[in-house]
Design a binder for this molecule. Structure first.
Ligand code: CLF
Ligand code: SF4
Length: 299
């Protein structure tokens, strides 16, 4: 990696395999709404854009989230990144998401801001992301072929209208491709997450990998579908299984052909995760606990 890029990822635990041993992140669960429907999602739980589906996060207001970030920055000095990753899609909740980023940028400018989104709304907000100096954006891209997308997305809500079936998927696909281009042009480091769904997109993800690589993505994170019937997702109820560890690794190896890094250390964090990847300290930092530690911050 060129030194200039090395420097930009050196303390981001998701963008650098090395960094994840030393640096922590926190998620601000401020974004409940979503603008699409995924067949692996049950809206009561966290978004699979990033977060472990099937866990409920405690929603925060932007002020509560910024307060929490300041408290945690004091308690966990290795906490270098605050990400917004759910529980829905952050850019389907633009007021809450941007208010949180703005408060943290103002009060704690050293914390890196990070965003994870399905990309549908991103082209509308690229200028605001740039203005906030956001250097890390994750797009969840599960297909580059709408015929495959219809098996994953029953509908898409775009500009006040709901589009079902292929019509909606085409809009999502076009906006995701545009988002990749805009992020590259803005020189924002883009991570692509893809959920591997056996029998649906498993054989297609190599193609997704090629396209996102050609569009300048920095790193590709292929994550296994987690679908258990008790979470009541469409896929779970219809017996859709997730990939085995072996299947996942085989696909990641096939995609690991140079030109773009493959992420292999993702822990599919909760939307309210706190700590090193794989370490879950969210219970230590509930709203109540935070108030006990430091009741007030001048936000
Ligand atoms: Fe959070 Fe995501 Fe930013 Fe990381 S998580 S918004 S890029 S700061 Fe990381 Fe967690 Fe995997 Fe995400 S291990 S789920 S890739
Ligand atoms: Fe659910 Fe996330 Fe998909 Fe929205 S983008 S439907 S919150 S998994």
């Amino acid at each position: 990696l060129p030194a200039s890029i090395q420097e930009r990822v050196a303390n981001h635990p998701c963008y650098s395999q090395e960094a994840h041993h030393h640096y922590a992140r926190m998620h601000a669960p401020v974004a409940p709404a979503c603008n699409i429907q995924c067949n692996f999602c049950n809206r009561k739980y966290d978004c699979a854009n990033e977060s472990r589906p099937g866990v409920v996060s405690e929603l925060l207001t932007p002020e509560e989230a910024a307060h929490k970030a300041l408290v945690i920055a004091g308690k966990i000095p290795q906490m270098t990144v605050m990400g917004i990753a759910g529980p829905g899609d952050p850019l389907a909740n633009p007021e809450k998401t941007f208010r949180t980023f703005e408060l943290v940028a103002e009060k704690a400018p050293d914390i890196k801001l990070c965003l994870s989104t399905n990309g549908l709304a991103l082209p509308d907000y690229i200028d605001r992301l740039k203005a906030l100096n956001i250097d890390h954006v994750t797009l969840t891209i599960n297909m580059v072929d709408p015929e495959i997308g219809v098996k994953i997305y029953p509908w898409v809500h775009y500009r006040r209208k709901r589009y079902r079936g292929i019509e909606g998927v085409k809009i999502l696909h076009q906006r995701q491709m545009e988002s990749l281009d805009l992020l590259r042009e803005a020189d924002i480091l883009c991570k692509v997450n893809s959920v591997m769904i056996p029998g649906i997109n498993d054989e297609h993800l190599e193609e997704v990998n090629k396209i996102v690589r050609s569009k300048g993505a920095f790193i590709h994170n292929i994550m296994p579908l987690i679908s258990s019937p008790e979470h009541g997702t469409y896929f779970g109820l219809n017996g859709q299984r997730g990939p085995t560890t072996e299947e996942l690794k085989t696909l990641q190896d096939k995609c690991d052909v140079g030109g773009m890094k493959m992420m292999r250390h993702c822990r599919q964090c909760r939307a309210d995760a706190v700590g090193l990847l794989g370490e879950d300290r969210s219970k230590e930092f509930t709203k109540e606990a935070i108030m006990e530690m430091t009741p007030e911050y001048d936000l």
